[in-house]
Design a protein around this ligand. Structure first.
Ligand SMILES: NC(=O)c1ccc[n+]([C@@H]2O[C@H](COP(=O)([O-])OP(=O)(O)OC[C@H]3O[C@@H](n4cnc5c(N)ncnc54)[C@H](OP(=O)(O)O)[C@@H]3O)[C@@H](O)[C@H]2O)c1
Length: 362
């Protein structure tokens, strides 16, 4: 893997800062090979655009970071957005405030989340494609729109409930358990669905974290063998495996499936920078165990947005879900925050507070 240390990104951002006098943007400079490096990004400064009839001006406050953004930079992975070319502003969802409106349906002062791009202001027609939603007035911080009350929360909910069909008492295994999606899945699987969750994460600190967030047992895949640990900790096998990482971890879990089990394919981050690609050798276990193995794509679950957001907010209020955001301070550090995902530096949802807004923002 091509892995520039994170300090390189800190140095790269040292001469960059933002204010409210211009629109600051991060654009694609080069297609990433392996993990992102500073030369993959270009910093640009433009005038703050002014809305025409039917448009709004949005001011970005929080931006979410996701592994898929590296694919956007490579010109792939964009769901409903344009395929990025070098020179384009990088795609990314965020939480923003409408500060000027010439649009009949969106009003000044409203807090929204949607496709903002890596920029501090955005002119928008609020099209269907940009998937803007108003942040609900539910007493919870709007900053959660980049995490539990946004696409990350919807991914966790859709993966677990629409695909995983969890049953009380299920022996579940969850990889990427300390990450954005994983830290939500672990808690709602244990505290809402009643599953017994074994979490897999990298390093002792993350393993301690997941034991406090829904997992009853933790496997540190960086220092422990996953297969022998699963044999020891759940000798009867796995009823439900929620996969965030793919690769050898998926293979080890397939090997230990019970009859009638389920596998949810959410992501495969261990394979994203791997060349040549990983080759799964034991998929026939799915046949032998009559397992239902189902992938999902979060954008195909948007029709349930409001219902899912209400449920997630309710679980937060009831103490069943503690949303965890790992906040990078300052828009100039967005490239470092993206690289951090691939170094495993984040605990919970990696996001960026554009102007140093506090986590409890709004
Ligand atoms: N299907 C969908 O619609 C959908 C939607 C959202 C996200 N996803 C996918 O779901 C997964 C989780 O997304 P997220 O946004 O919550 O990201 P995330 O889990 O916060 O991603 C970063 C974490 O991935 C782990 N990781 C990085 N490299 C790894 C490697 N080589 N092997 C194993 N683990 C590695 C690291 O944790 P450790 O320190 O524990 O290694 C890191 O902290 C990703 O694969 C993402 O692409 C899918």
């Amino acid at each position: 893997m091509n892995s520039a240390p994170l300090e390189v990104f800190t140095a790269f951002a040292a001469d960059k800062w933002i204010d409210d006098e211009a629109n600051y943007q991060w654009r694609v400079a080069a297609r990433p090979v392996g993990n992102v490096v500073p030369t993959d990004f270009t910093w640009s400064v433009t005038d703050i655009p002014q809305p025409s009839e039917g448009e709004v001006l949005l001011k970005t406050h929080y931006l979410g970071l996701a592994p898929v953004m590296r694919f956007y930079m490579q010109g792939t992975g964009a769901a409903r957005e344009a395929v990025l070319q070098p020179g384009d502003v990088i795609h990314g969802r965020g939480v923003a405030q409408v500060i000027k409106s010439r649009h009949p349906d969106w009003h000044e002062g409203e807090i929204v989340q949607g496709q903002m791009g890596w920029q501090t202001y955005k002119l928008s027609k609020m099209t269907e494609q940009e998937k803007f939603f108003r942040m609900p007035q539910n007493g919870l911080p709007a900053a959660l729109g980049t995490g539990a009350l946004g696409m990350t929360g919807l991914s966790a909910h859709a993966g677990l409930f629409a695909c995983g069909d969890p049953k009380e008492g299920d022996q579940m295994v969850l990889s990427g358990a300390a990450g954005g999606v994983g830290s939500i899945v672990s808690q709602i699987a244990a505290n809402v669905a009643g599953c017994n969750v074994i979490g897999i994460a990298g390093g002792p600190e993350k393993c301690r974290f997941i034991l406090d967030h829904g997992c009853s047992q933790a496997i540190d895949y960086k220092s422990e063998d996953i297969g022998s640990n699963l044999d020891e900790r759940c000798p009867q096998g796995i009823d439900l495996y929620f996969d965030n990482v793919g690769g050898e971890t998926l293979e080890a879990c397939l090997e230990r499936l019970r009859l009638g089990s389920r596998v949810v394919l959410c992501g495969s981050i261990s394979e994203y920078t791997r060349d040549p690609p990983f080759k799964l050798s034991n998929y026939t276990r799915v046949r032998a165990t009559e397992t239902r193995m189902q992938g999902f794509f979060v954008y195909n679950h948007l029709h349930r947005w409001h219902k899912v957001m209400d449920e997630l907010a309710g679980w937060i209020h009831e103490g069943k879900l503690q949303p965890i955001q790992d906040v990078e301070q300052g828009f100039q550090h967005m490239p470092r925050a993206l690289a951090n995902l691939y170094y495993g530096g984040n605990v919970g949802k990696q996001c960026c507070s554009v102007r140093g807004e506090p986590t409890e923002w709004l």
